[in-house]
Design a protein around this ligand. Structure first.
Ligand code: ZN
Length: 513
């Protein structure tokens, strides 16, 4: 037993060292997006490259080999160890899961030659800058050669990583969400296409008109910031364990469960800053809720990107755009913006924040059309990776799909193919997480309603009860369980997109038809 504890401590120490390097990388990324001077980029990319090399060494090095081997040798489940910890997870359970996740990560890392791994980190760092320049100039051809290089490199890395029977794109998807290869996503997006494209068409042609124009206008930045802080606090973001800053695109990062950071962005559309803070706040609550024994190890992060998105989209859309949520709050928002919102009733405000407006820009998309934006990207990523779509045709292929799904064609590249940063960073396979996350959220919500009066709690200002539910079922587990197990254990059923479709059709049918 004693020996077992020692081996566990060894393993944990190495994982904590690796997590420290990851935290340093995350801090650099945070800094790049918020405070770093413009010219720092090139040198900082080298710092990041060196750190990722150190991470590689720790994860694949001889100390780790030894710790994993020793655990395997003594790691048979033993009742004493199970009870020793006195809590709901035994050391055995934690260590086994750590080994399992570490083995996966090592496989991902070590099947790629180290120089190539560092090269790719540098390439994607530069890719982000080239993309930003091209976007400013609205010129896809200024980015296309770099994108071509990134795709080729990405394919090469995926060919090392893929398992038997997997496509190259499967290997990329697997990095973000291991339970959804192409075959399953084809089915998922097939359902979305069949159900939501005609439903949107019905709303566009037969739906009543809703006015959300009051959300645009002169909303002074200081007041928006005040509102953002108030909203973050209201949903339970802890400013003693978190920081909020401004960046071009809002994001969340976490160094451990006592330091979780969110960013937001202010412009003339109040919806933006209001709901990005609730969205990022949802991500942050997840990270803040991870169990102390898991934080700063490989298990101290969300189960998957899709599960992470489920938590942010749950807060942003299902909760944050509901009338019950705003009942105790809206008066305070009116007080802050008497000229802009003084005459707008709560009912009008709720309609406005739920206005369906097919558009060209993903990050401005409403809840109903959002998944259609993702479907465009899924189609294109798949095509780029299996060779059916060429980079030189990408701009057109993009426009054709927007026309088919949303009824609009972009006129400039910044409104089209250049709008997202993801591909420039090599993040192929990430996009589906957003749509899956929304579907996970709807299924969890359905179950949550069986055990609590969600609207009643929201009206009474008791949103923390919802967070407690999520912490109990999802957050604290970090990576102890994968996303499908979390869904099954929380809802008693396997994942199904039907809850998501039903939720959307009910909500927007009520509003529009
Ligand atoms: Zn998100």
């Amino acid at each position: 037993m004693e020996q077992k504890m020692e081996i566990y401590e060894d393993l944990r120490q190495i994982l904590e060292k690796a997590a420290s390097v990851q935290a340093a990388l995350a801090l650099i990324e945070w800094d790049n997006e918020t405070l770093a001077p413009k010219k720092a980029g090139e040198q900082t990319a080298k710092t990041a490259g060196a750190l990722s090399g150190i991470y590689y060494d720790i994860m694949t090095g001889p100390s780790m080999d030894k710790a994993l081997k020793q655990w395997k040798e003594c790691g048979e489940d033993n009742e004493d160890a199970r009870k020793a910890d006195g809590t709901f997870w035994s050391i055995d359970e934690i260590a086994s899961r750590m080994c399992c996740e570490t083995e996966k990560e090592r496989r991902l890392l070590s099947c790629v030659p180290r120089e190539e791994y560092e090269e790719f980190t540098k390439m994607t760092n530069a890719g982000g800058r080239i993309w930003a320049e091209a976007r400013k100039k609205k010129d896809f051809s200024a980015f296309a050669p770099e994108l071509e290089r990134i795709i080729e490199y990405k394919k090469k890395l995926a060919s090392y990583r893929r398992k038997d029977g997997e496509s190259l794109y499967d290997a990329m998807l697997d990095e973000f969400e291991e339970n959804f290869p192409e075959e399953k996503l084809d089915e998922f997006f097939g359902t979305i296409r069949e159900e939501l494209v005609p439903f949107l068409e019905e709303i566009r042609t037969k739906g009543r008109k809703i006015d959300g124009s009051f959300l645009y206008g002169d909303y002074p930045e200081e007041k928006q910031e005040k509102l953002a802080r108030m909203m973050a606090e209201y949903i339970g973001f802890d400013f003693e364990r978190g920081v909020m800053a401004v960046s071009e695109h809002p994001f969340t990062t976490s160094f451990h469960n006592k330091d979780v950071r969110i960013t937001t962005h202010y412009d003339q559309w109040l919806d933006h800053s209001l709901f990005s803070v609730i969205h990022e706040g949802g991500h942050a609550l997840y990270e803040l809720g991870i169990d102390d024994r898991l934080t700063r190890t490989i298990l101290g992060q969300g189960a998957s990107m899709a599960m992470h998105e489920s938590q942010s989209r749950f807060m942003e859309n299902i909760i944050g755009r509901s009338q019950a949520f705003w009942e105790p709050l809206y008066g305070k928002v009116q007080e802050l913006f008497p000229d802009q919102l003084g005459k707008i009733t709560l009912e009008h405000f709720i309609e406005g924040i739920n206005q369906v407006q097919p558009g060209l820009i993903r990050i401005n998309a409403d809840e109903l059309t959002y998944s259609l934006h993702i479907m465009v990207r899924y189609d294109l990523e798949k095509g780029l990776m299996n060779g059916k779509i060429r980079v030189s045709d990408l701009e057109n292929e993009w426009a054709d799909r927007y026309e088919a799904y949303l009824g609009l064609r972009p006129k400039t590249a910044d409104q089209g193919v250049l709008q997202d940063i993801h591909w420039s960073q090599g993040s192929f396979g990430y996009f589906p997480s957003y749509a899956l996350g929304s579907a996970f959220a709807a299924q969890i919500y359905e179950k949550m309603k069986e055990s609590m009066d969600v609207d009643g709690l929201l009206k009474a200002g008791q949103i923390h009860k919802l967070t407690e539910y999520l912490r109990e079922h999802i957050h604290r587990y970090g990576r102890m369980k994968d996303s499908l197990t979390l869904i099954r254990d929380t809802t008693g059923e396997d994942f199904s997109p039907r809850y998501y479709i039903r939720y959307l059709k009910e909500k927007y049918g009520r509003l529009y038809l």
